[in-house]
Design a binder for this molecule. Structure first.
Ligand code: HEC
Ligand code: HEC
Ligand code: HEC
Ligand code: HEC
Ligand code: HEC
Ligand code: HEC
Length: 364
């Protein structure tokens, strides 16, 4: 899978090369002049889009017609540029025709025009390019992004620990979990977020704080397979684990279905849209307030609720009364928690007398 991805990304990189070329066209094959030199082209046209960047040295004498650094579309850092060393400068050789055209060549060790466009070092620019997977940075910056050739390592500028600091790229606005309220696209307005319910899910409210791994493969390290620069650039994968591992995601509709966590507690039977309002106590299973909902609950819920019992009478570890979740860690945690007061339930059979009715052996 990653092999296939690599092929696609390489194509993407070749295509993206034109971006740095300034005019976006592809083939600027430099013309050969009658002196037998490569013509660097129009001053505004750096013509490097089609040049193999592993061989960045300009052709001999390019400096003669070199538009000069003023035309350089790139930006500040040019780690590959060595100072001109006069001692290696051949000066004016006796035989200019043989191998050296004879003009001092200040560009000989210059890597040429920068690959990236001006302003690229701005985090909002190159950071966004990484996040939407505009091109595979590893092609030039090395497989571990530690730098290669003229392309600097990402660590050269970033704050230490950035690779394991999840909020370096994700979230950090609503909480420190890293769950986006900030999209890969940079959007932060709730109406624009791809999945506005992140904060609700990773917070301990009426349910435990769910980890990213309930709904994604959670990377431990930046370059773990499937995390950044994968074969779905700019799009995250939703893969449910643990509590709702049977759930399915319809990304186009913005909807989750066959989900245990939005179901009635009897199976993988819940569904909800990303922008639906947060469900209330009767939104997933029956509630004390709505008598018509009792019949959908298992066993003798209807009978007991009709006799005036509150949810908390039998689920006291989880709720108080019938509307207050007192221990979110036990609610929608994948297990039905019962705390039957002074009685026990064995094999769906209740033994005890909790509300003045003695019904040992009655089935639930
Ligand atoms: C085709 C090769 C190539 C690719 C792909 C590439 N880079 Fe670069 N990058 C370079 C080179 C070469 C430099 C050195 C300066 C220059 O030429 O712009 C550089 C420099 C940089 C700099 C420093 C810029 C400055 O002005 O100091 C940043 C930041 C950067 N790259 C980020 C990225 C990110 C992020 C990606 C992926 C989204 C990426 N690069 C993809 C070749 C590449
Ligand atoms: C010339 C310096 C420089 C280089 C080289 C560089 N960055 Fe950055 N980048 C920054 C700065 C500055 C920030 C702001 C955060 C910080 O100070 O650590 C940043 C932030 C980012 C962000 C977060 C942006 C956001 O707002 O969410 C991403 C993503 C990023 N860089 C990717 C890369 C990648 C990938 C590379 C290597 C291919 C790279 N950068 C190389 C300077 C650089
Ligand atoms: C309850 C499930 C759930 C949990 C928990 C969750 N996510 Fe997500 N996440 C989603 C869904 C659904 C999407 C939208 C996917 C789509 O349709 O493209 C998403 C999208 C994303 C995206 C891409 C956003 C974009 O711009 O498109 C990132 C990044 C992400 N999640 C990171 C996290 C991180 C980090 C955590 C943990 C701190 C986390 N998620 C926890 C369900 C979840
Ligand atoms: C340098 C930026 C960066 C850092 C740091 C980073 N992520 Fe991500 N993360 C991304 C990008 C980009 C995506 C979307 C990947 C895609 O295109 O599928 C993503 C996606 C995710 C997703 C959604 C599932 C997926 O792979 O698409 C989760 C979960 C996630 N990251 C968790 C983390 C965690 C946990 C950390 C800290 C260990 C972390 N990220 C650090 C950039 C980053
Ligand atoms: C998003 C769906 C959803 C909502 C909203 C919801 N529940 Fe639940 N509830 C469940 C599921 C699923 C279970 C199954 C047991 C489990 O996994 O904890 C459950 C179980 C229960 C139980 C049985 C005890 C247990 O095991 O947790 C009680 C009592 C309960 N819910 C009360 C409430 C109350 C009170 C509210 C409103 C404050 C509420 N529920 C809102 C999904 C929901
Ligand atoms: C008389 C005790 C009793 C009362 C009152 C009660 N429950 Fe239950 N509940 C149980 C028992 C026992 C189970 C376990 C049934 C099983 O495992 O077959 C259960 C199971 C559940 C489940 C799991 C799904 C299901 O239908 O079995 C949910 C959800 C639930 N209760 C919610 C509630 C809510 C909400 C209330 C209040 C409106 C409530 N219960 C009131 C005894 C009670």
């Amino acid at each position: 899978m990653r092999q296939a991805a690599w092929g696609i990304l390489v194509i993407g990189v070749l295509g993206a090369g034109a971006c740095g070329g300034g005019d976006g066209t592809v083939a600027d094959t430099p013309a050969v002049t009658d002196e037998g030199r490569l013509d660097p082209g129009n001053p505004g046209d750096t013509g490097f889009a089609d040049i193999d960047r592993t061989d960045l040295a300009p052709p001999p004498d390019a400096a003669v017609e070199d538009p000069g650094p003023g035309e350089d579309p790139g930006t500040v850092v040019d780690p590959g540029t060595a100072p001109d060393d006069a001692s290696t400068d051949p000066g004016t050789p006796d035989d200019p025709g043989a191998s050296d055209p004879g003009t001092p060549d200040p560009g000989a060790s210059d890597p040429g025009p920068a690959y990236h466009p001006e302003g690229w070092s701005d985090p909002a620019v190159h950071g966004a390019a990484l996040k939407v997977g505009q091109e595979d940075c590893r092609t030039c910056h090395g497989t571990t992004l530690s730098g290669k050739g003229n392309a600097p390592g990402c660590d050269d500028c970033h704050s230490e620990g950035w690779r394991t600091n999840c909020t370096f790229c994700h979230g950090g606005t609503d909480n420190a979990t890293g769950a986006p309220p900030r999209d890969l696209s940079g959007a932060t307005a709730a109406a624009e977020l791809r999945y506005p319910a992140h904060t609700a899910h990773v917070s301990r409210t009426r349910h435990p704080a769910y980890d990213c791994k309930e709904c994604h493969v959670k990377p431990a390290a930046l370059l773990d397979p499937g995390h950044i620069l994968d074969d779905t650039p700019g799009r995250s994968e939703v893969i449910f684990h643990d509590i709702s591992d049977a759930a399915v995601r319809d990304a186009a509709a913005g909807r989750c279905a066959t989900a245990y966590c939005h179901g009635n507690g009897q199976g993988d039977n819940g569904a909800i849209g990303d922008r639906d309002p947060a469900p209330d106590c009767g939104g997933c299973h029956g509630s004390k307030a709505v008598e018509a909902s009792w019949g959908g609950m298992s066993g003798d819920h209807r009978k007991h609720l009709g006799e005036g019992l509150e949810c908390g009478d039998c689920h006291g570890a989880v709720v108080t009364g019938s509307t207050t979740i007192q221990n979110p860690d036990l609610h929608v945690n994948g297990a039905v928690d019962r705390t039957l007061p002074g009685i026990s339930m064995v094999l769906n059979t209740c033994n005890g007398s909790c509300h003045g009715k003695f019904h040992i052996g009655n089935g639930w």
